[in-house]
Design a protein around this ligand. Structure first.
Ligand code: SF4
Length: 319
């Protein structure tokens, strides 16, 4: 399995000129920085169902309570084609091993949030829809993290999404030869600090979930899928500096007795600076990472927290 996590991306975001008007909607973050760290699979659902470039802009409709995807100019209905394509592609992408999906929001097919929906004959849309392809993908794969590309301009949201993608990739690697009880417990133990730093309540619930499901005799493959689904649900909420700083202190506690007074003060100062929002997260993380190397602390649980997103990414200087 590739070391670089795979993600799917709306094809127009990587510069493909597949939009209805023949344009692309390139996201430079994806095509320059992220492409160095991730394997990116572009996909355009509208081209996938046989639409051409250029084409009319299609819209989401709700007629008599039934959701549809139609061309407002000639009334052509693409609903069934898109539903069937989305089901097949969602399964294929999951099988391919994608660990995340970045959607272009400005689309009745790909939009994740607040997409226009036209109700019956009302010319004014409500802005509460989800594109048809995105809706099917997220329903069939609730365990795979997704994000609206517009949110990537916020470094904190971009970093958190990437951390979820890497977490998912670790889960896939751990289970690639099949899950058993030992592997699930090991995965949980290796990600405790990561979960503590981003979803502490979920960390406790997941421990209980594993114990309960094995008591009930649930098959390990089902336990592993429920585990990652619940974990990713818990990780939907952005974490806070305080939680990350608290986890840094836990890591620091593992080797602080080996440091001189000055060294200790320096680490404490960096963590405090990050907690107060005057230093980026990378400042204390880099320092902790150096000490882990110095003391040969090759512990997966520590590493998963420190490098939940590659430290060398430019992004890390902005969170
Ligand atoms: S938003 Fe989706 S459907 Fe529209 S052009 Fe981009 S990839 Fe294709």
């Amino acid at each position: 399995m590739s070391e670089r996590p795979k993600i799917a991306v709306s094809a127009c975001l990587v510069g493909q000129k597949v939009r209805h008007n023949g344009d692309a909607a390139e996201s430079r973050v994806l095509t320059t920085e992220w492409a160095n760290y991730l394997e990116i699979l572009p996909i355009c659902p509208e081209i996938g169902i046989g639409m051409e470039v250029p084409r009319s802009k299609i819209r989401l409709t709700k007629i008599d309570g039934k959701l549809g995807l139609v061309n407002p100019n000639d009334g052509e209905d693409f609903t069934n084609k898109m539903l069937s394509y989305a089901e097949t592609q969602s399964d294929l992408l999951a099988f391919e091993g994608i660990c995340g999906f970045v959607f272009n929001n400005d689309s009745a097919s790909c939009g994740l949030e607040s997409v226009n929906v036209y109700h019956d004959d009302n010319p004014t849309p409500t802005q509460n829809g989800r594109g048809l392809f995105a809706m099917v993908f997220t329903s069939l794969n609730p365990h795979i993290p997704v994000i609206n590309e517009a949110r990537l301009s916020d470094p904190r949201q971009a970093e958190h999404f990437l951390a979820r993608v890497h977490f998912h990739n670790e889960w896939k690697k751990s289970g690639q030869k099949g899950w058993d009880a030992g592997k699930i417990m090991r995965f949980h133990n290796e990600n405790k600090l990561f979960l503590l730093s981003r979803a502490p309540l979920m960390k406790r619930l997941l421990g209980r979930l594993i114990a309960t499901r094995f008591d009930e005799g649930t098959h390990p493959e089902n336990v592993a899928l429920e585990y990652i689904t619940e974990a990713q649900k818990g990780l939907q909420t952005l974490t806070k500096n305080g939680r990350i700083a608290h986890t840094m202190e836990r890591v620091f506690g593992r080797f602080s007795n080996q440091l001189s007074k000055t060294e200790k003060q320096e680490v404490v100062k960096l963590i405090h600076g990050f907690r107060e929002g005057v230093l980026p997260r990378s400042a204390p993380l880099d320092m902790l990472n150096q000490y882990l190397t110095r003391y040969n602390m090759d512990d997966k649980n520590l590493n998963r927290f420190i490098t939940s997103v590659p430290l060398e990414m430019e992004l890390m200087a902005n969170v």
